[in-house]
Write a protein that binds this ligand. Structure first.
Ligand SMILES: CC(C)(COP(=O)(O)OP(=O)(O)OC[C@H]1O[C@@H](n2cnc3c(N)ncnc32)[C@H](O)[C@@H]1OP(=O)(O)O)[C@@H](O)C(=O)NCCC(=O)NCCS
Length: 223
């Protein structure tokens, strides 16, 4: 999801949705609050307004933002983004998880998933993690949690991703997690005044389940 679905210029809503504390989420319906996803080293939880400062620090650096839609440029802009993610989740069209490390509540990155068609059968995901945490395996662990969640709980059948051809890490990360390259979308992403080609990837539910059967047991838990 090089193109973030959040459009600050269109976001005029003023109300802020109260974020439930992670432990308070007991509903099985993700639309009322995202369940916490727990891996070996990472915890994925719903964004909170207090994540704005750390996300601003982690996601606005040149190396992180180079191949994605420009992130909000201020802490207040991230607060508006977070409020928007909660409204979209409540509307059932979008999910955004904060990436945190066990024992620390600081958000160091995000995984976003949006429906491409009503009903969430086909969806698109995107992700960004602060560069101090690149190459640590946290991406892979978080991605597996998100994939299990969207295929098991959200009803996704096909999960697409787009990565700029020049985005070496983004492409490498997607291939590593089992995404299959399906084509190149020529000149499909405008970034810094230049139209970039993007690779279209997809993971389909059946392939994901088949790969999970042969993989080592997961230790993920949903609370
Ligand atoms: C995308 C992102 C979350 C991946 O996290 P990460 O920790 O960097 O990912 P990993 O290191 O686990 O995996 C990246 C893989 O790409 C490989 N890679 C790195 N540079 C590469 C290049 N130029 N060409 C091809 N592969 C490359 C790495 O070697 C690694 O594979 P390996 O673990 O088998 O060696 C992170 O890089 C990021 O936040 N990037 C900025 C935001 C972004 O571009 N998001 C959109 C992605 S579509």
């Amino acid at each position: 999801m090089e193109k973030m679905p959040y459009r600050p210029e269109l976001d005029t809503a003023m109300e802020m949705i109260q974020t439930p504390a992670a432990a308070e989420v007991v509903s099985t319906d993700w639309r009322t609050g995202l369940p916490v996803l727990t891996g070996k080293r990472v915890t994925l939880r719903e964004l909170r307004m207090s994540d704005a400062a750390s996300l601003f620090a982690m996601l606005t650096t040149e190396e992180v933002a180079r191949f994605i839609s420009p992130p909000p440029s201020t802490v207040e802009g991230f607060e508006r983004f977070i409020a928007w993610t909660l409204r979209q989740r409540a509307a059932g069209t979008y999910v955004c998880y904060a990436v945190t490390l066990h024992g620390f509540d600081t958000a160091i990155g995000i995984f976003q998933v949006r429906e491409i068609e009503p009903g969430f059968n086909t969806a698109e995901w995107g992700f960004a993690i602060g560069s101090p945490f690149w190459g640590t395996g946290l991406f892979e662990e978080g991605a597996e949690l998100v994939l299990d969640f969207v295929f098991d709980n959200v009803g996704v059948h096909r999960l697409e991703a787009r990565a700029a051809v020049r985005n070496g890490r983004g492409n490498g990360a997607l291939v590593k997690i089992g995404a299959v390259q399906e084509g190149v979308l020529r000149k499909s992403f405008l970034r810094n005044g230049e139209y970039l080609d993007q690779v279209l990837y997809a993971i389909v539910e059946d392939d994901w389940r088949a790969s999970r059967e042969t993989a080592s047991p997961v230790h993920a838990r949903i609370h």
